[in-house]
Design a protein around this ligand. Structure first.
Ligand code: NDP
Length: 303
């Protein structure tokens, strides 16, 4: 990596601070007599990247004092059996949050499984009820990666009211929920995608650029407005320059962009660690929600 003009946003350090705060809150809850928050993690199949993600999420839970309950199944698991498992976890009062690791095998309808998770245990924030809550400005579960991006922006820039923000990518997991979060934070938001015209021109206007595309180093340094803040969500595996082995790069050409941007996240070590920290935050929120429901007939989230 070259030396940079801009300041690197250290996602690992921000995530460590967030995780330490969550661990403290878990200790305080338990000192007050509550059980540890509990996350059920469901993994179907043997996708290598998913195995790594699940291992990292379970390790992070352990460090924060959150109980994780792992459910691993062969690729052959039927959709009916997966839906039955989700129904059991929904009904289990010892489970606060449910995470079904994506992607699911091709014979399973992902949207149907997501819709089967109880919205108040949906710590990934992918359920249509939570997507609707976010889109309409109500409290609910926010997907972890966009939430991590917002946390990084707020801790780097403070108030982003009125800032011109460009989100590149419109997926349900990153781009769309991020656009909703930025609108709620009073930024002026543009969402670009594969059909957008003149992406370099859109990028040049933006104070904040968030790339969530999945194309290695697509956003170039000369596209950026000098002094912009760049959040790179992309994770792309490419051959090393030496030709031996592979490395991870983002959707932004880091070395070029860092010469122009005021602040920029690296890949790895930027958004990735924040995604896991925000999963812990959502699990703690789910546990608090369950405890509040135990004590009140009112649902804490508005319907
Ligand atoms: P998707 O493939 O679901 O979405 C990609 C988006 O990029 C689509 O909206 C697509 O447009 C748009 N796009 C594709 N090509 C172009 C182009 N040439 N110009 C402009 N827009 C384009 O990906 P995800 O949102 O799931 O993930 C995006 C990236 O973020 C991936 O690299 C993924 O690995 C990474 N990621 C990282 C996470 C982390 O924790 N750091 C978590 C989640 C994802 P269209 O809709 O028109 O097809």
């Amino acid at each position: 990596m070259m030396t940079t003009g801009g300041q690197i946003i250290d996602g690992k350090a921000h995530a460590a601070t967030l995780r330490a705060g969550i661990a403290q809150q878990v200790i305080a809850r338990m000192a007050a007599g509550a059980r540890a928050p509990a996350l059920a993690v469901v993994l179907v199949g043997d996708d290598p990247a998913s195995q790594v993600y699940v291992r990292n999420k379970i390790g992070a839970c352990e460090q924060a004092g959150i109980t994780s309950i792992e459910h691993r199944h062969d690729t052959s698991l039927s959709q009916a059996d997966l839906l039955a498992l989700v129904a059991r976890l929904n009904a289990d009062p010892a489970v606060d949050g449910i995470l079904v690791q994506l992607p699911l095998p091709a014979h399973i309808d992902t949207a149907c499984v997501i819709a089967a998770i109880h919205p108040d245990k949906d710590v990934d924030g992918f359920h249509p009820v939570n997507a609707g809550r976010l889109a309409t400005g109500l409290d609910g579960f926010v997907p972890c990666t966009p939430l991590g991006c917002l946390r990084l922006l707020e801790s780097t820039l403070g108030d982003i009211t009125g800032a011109e923000a460009l989100v590149i990518g419109r997926s349900n997991i990153v781009g769309r929920p991020l656009a909703s979060l930025l609108i709620s934070a009073s930024a002026t938001v543009t969402v670009a995608h594969s059909r957008s015209r003149d992406l370099p021109d859109l990028t040049r206007r933006a104070d904040i650029v968030i790339a969530a595309v999945g194309r290695a180093e697509m956003v170039r340094g000369h596209w950026l407005k000098p002094g912009a803040t760049v959040i790179d969500v992309g994770i792309n595996r490419v051959p090393r320059d030496s030709g031996v082995g592979t490395k991870l790069v983002g959707d932004v050409a880091f070395d070029e962009a860092a010469q122009v941007a005021a602040h920029i996240t690296p890949v790895p070590g930027g958004v990735g660690p924040m995604t896991i920290a925000c999963l812990l935050e959502n699990t703690l929120k789910a546990a608090s929600l369950a405890a509040a429901q135990d004590h009140s007939p009112q649902r804490p989230f508005p319907r």
